[in-house]
Design a protein around this ligand. Structure first.
Ligand code: PMP
Length: 390
């Protein structure tokens, strides 16, 4: 077995697809990467809350009072009162009757999809959906039809051809994590109504970022009250902490508690994480200026890169890809950027389609306009070095 595995690893190395861990210590707009301080353009800490003093203090206090770990799953003796507080805050924020916290976005997606989708249902999934949605669909064992990215016409054709009487699910990211573009949620809701389907929306990169109070992209489009829509959000990105949540009607939450295996068979979150989550929910609503700043900086970054001749796909968010193409070129660009003190990571297949290796930049509210301008100058330099722009 060892020989086969080493052979596989060698093949990955030859295709410039072998991944390696590097030591990273992030704070504010910076990260120390393998011992070198850099501007952090690789983080999902969109609102800059990950090292906010209020989250830190809430977490420290909870750890002091209640210890480091929960010691049991929620259905056993791990359901600390801090869950009740954080879920009450979620209900108020999302104007929902019920809320449930999961241990991560990955396990929430797997848990929700496997609990709700039956083996003989039909699933329609955007081809660029996140791996956790893909894995959840696979685990459900339902037949899955992948539609071209954001192609509502193809989705409609697939729905039209599908046998009546089957339960149907449309599954999509709200903001696509490697491209930073938006799902056409209004059109997807329309199709969901027309074909009596359910719609599952992963708000991982839109929670905290879109919506008047950061509720997410559904709320941004005024679709938050729509029936038969299930939204999953995370604490791990804009909210600066860890974990995930689902909000909805009590029957849904009750059912998830009783059937989502990734909820049932895992230890509850540590008290410190729950306290930080609650603090983040309050800040995300009370400090909309963070969102304003984030969108202004992202717009500045995108506009300048486009003017320089970089292709940034259809990004409308703080996630801004610079499409490079070949894997080795993307790796070379990311190395040049790191030499220039810019932390930005090359994303290669299979995470993105073959031939579309890229640098995935992400802007955060912890940056200044000067940081953004400096980053653009250095990206231009690296882009010229590899011949991506002239
Ligand atoms: N959904 C999407 C779209 C994501 O990008 C991610 C994480 N990168 C997840 C879900 C998983 O969330 P978490 O990191 O909280 O497990």
């Amino acid at each position: 077995m060892k020989t086969e595995i080493c052979f596989e690893l060698n093949k990955l190395e030859q295709k410039a697809q072998k991944r390696q861990l590097c030591r990273a210590e992030a704070s504010g707009a910076s990260v120390i990467l393998n011992g070198k301080p850099m501007l952090n353009l690789a983080s999902n800490n969109y609102l800059g809350l990950a090292d906010d003093q209020r989250l830190i203090e809430a977490g420290c206090e909870a750890m002091q009072r209640y210890g480091a770990g929960a010691g049991a799953s929620r259905l056993v003796v791990g359901n600390h009162p801090l869950y009740e507080r954080a879920e009450a805050a979620l209900k108020q924020w999302k104007q929902a009757e019920a809320a449930l916290i999961f241990n991560s976005g990955y396990t929430a997606n797997i848990g929700v999809l496997t609990a709700l989708i039956r083996r003989d249902d039909l699933v329609f999934s955007d081809e660029w959906n996140h791996a956790s949605l893909i894995d959840g669909i696979r685990l459900s064992k339902a037949a899955c039809f992948r539609y071209r990215h954001n192609d509502v016409d193809q989705l409609e054709a697939l729905l039209r051809q599908s046998p009546p009487g089957k339960r149907k699910w449309i599954v999509t990211d709200a903001v696509f994590s490697m491209d930073g573009d938006l799902a056409p949620l209004s059109e997807l809701v329309e199709l969901k109504r027309r074909y009596r389907a359910m719609l599952v929306v992963d708000e991982a990169h839109s929670g905290g970022v879109f919506g008047p109070n950061g509720e997410g992209l559904l709320c941004h489009f005024g679709l938050e009250k729509e029936e038969n829509v299930i939204a999953i959000g995370t604490f791990s990105k804009a909210l600066g902490s860890f974990g995930a949540y689902v909000t909805g009607e009590p029957w849904l939450i009750d059912y998830l508690i009783n059937s989502a295996r990734s909820f049932i068979f895992t230890t509850a979150l540590p008290p410190a994480v729950l306290a930080a989550n609650e603090a983040a929910i309050h800040i995300v609503q009370s400090e909309p200026e963070r969102r304003g700043r984030l969108h202004a900086l992202s717009e500045r970054f995108r506009t300048k890169l486009t003017q320089l001749g970089f292709g940034t796909g259809g990004s409308e968010t703080p996630i801004v890809p610079v499409i490079v193409g070949p894997n080795d070129q993307a790796v070379a660009m990311s190395e040049l950027l790191q030499e220039a003190d810019i932390a930005a990571i090359a994303i290669r297949p299979p995470t993105v389609p073959e031939g579309t290796a890229r640098i995935r930049f992400s802007v955060t509210a912890a940056m200044t306009a000067e940081d953004v301008d400096m980053a653009v100058d250095r990206i231009a330099w690296a882009g010229r070095q590899i011949g991506l722009i002239s």
